[in-house]
Design a protein around this ligand. Sequence first.
Ligand SMILES: *[C@@H]1O[C@H](CO)[C@@H](O)[C@H](O)[C@H]1NC(C)=O
Ligand SMILES: *[C@@H]1O[C@H](CO)[C@@H](O)[C@H](O)[C@H]1NC(C)=O
Ligand SMILES: *[C@@H]1O[C@H](CO)[C@@H](O)[C@H](O)[C@H]1NC(C)=O
Length: 333
Amino acid sequence: MTLNFVLFFVFGILASQAMSRTMNEAAIAEHELWMAKYGRTYQNKTEKDRRFKIFKENLEYIQNFNNAGNRSYKLGINEFADMSHDEFVAARTGYKNPGNLATSSPFSYAEFTDVPTSLDWREKGAVTAVKDQGDCGCCWAFAAVAAVEGINQIKTGKLISLSEQQVLDCSTNGNNHGCGGGSKTDAFQYIMQNGGLTTEDNYPYQATQGACDKEKETSHVADISDYARVPANSEEELLKAVSNQPVTISIEASGMDFKFYESGIFSGDCGTNLNHAVTVVGFGTSVDGIDYWLVKNSWNQSWGENGYIKMQRNVDASEGLCGLAIRPAYPIA
Ligand SMILES: *[C@@H]1O[C@H](CO)[C@@H](O)[C@H](O)[C@H]1NC(C)=O
Ligand SMILES: *[C@@H]1O[C@H](CO)[C@@H](O)[C@H](O)[C@H]1NC(C)=O
Ligand SMILES: *[C@@H]1O[C@H](CO)[C@@H](O)[C@H](O)[C@H]1NC(C)=O
């Protein structure tokens, strides 16, 4: 070996060590900034080191994804950056199959033909601000309530923010298990049987299940008479329904890309293992010609596009992207 070669080799090792040290330092700095932004503190050094390791892995995944630059959406560091996969799924999702798959009303939009090319129920004043389920697997309550808020505004002209806490505390029917998960149609069933919902202000969200407040439960301001399912596995039927009102869907939302979605048209990766419930509040086509569903999530406005995600529409699979066409349902007022 020549001296040059040895020097080259030694400097190579030193340089790569320096580079990984710099990358680690950059990640540490990012973590500190992130902790400050989200007000995160850790009890001790062991916990902080453990969280940093998760954070760094997520950061690298996101950077590699964005650097590849060949997808229709971008990822970003968000509130979930130091959570492990299992923690995330337990805290932030929570869809379960309904206790009762039968419905009382048939699909009412089968003959509907006046489908626009794009629609945004927010612009029509039928969507409240994005909410935050916090560390409680009650997406099912948020999805159902958003759809009830929508149909109530469409029928009465009044947009009223309604109470998820009421649903969380009081809807223990069917397959509803509070923060442990539940079904949006079982939530509709409860709302219908109870004669409606009270306001968010009257029965505010606590991110934990408590005893049902009977007095608040009976101060209804918005009611539904029934609910119906959209025929399964048809984005075309779903389109007819969403043309008429916001519609709840169930999706698989536990993948890295969904968790760290920041902007653009989400096209997967995801399967059809339904574990999250959300509400479709519109649809359209991007400037690049990709059809999408406009979906309201319940992970705060800091996630995605101000709390929303655009999910690719008219994909090859009949179940829709992430299984979104498998189990859509909507309330009837
Ligand atoms: C450090 O904090 C974690 C999480 O809060 C806790 O589970 C663990 O017991 C703590 N360890 C020590 C040594 O205090
Ligand atoms: C994007 O690029 C990465 C890295 O080159 C590659 O692994 C991946 O398959 C590509 N994805 C698509 C959808 O083209
Ligand atoms: C949403 O996140 C912001 C910080 O990103 C926080 O201040 C706010 O309280 C959160 N909203 C809810 C409803 O938790």
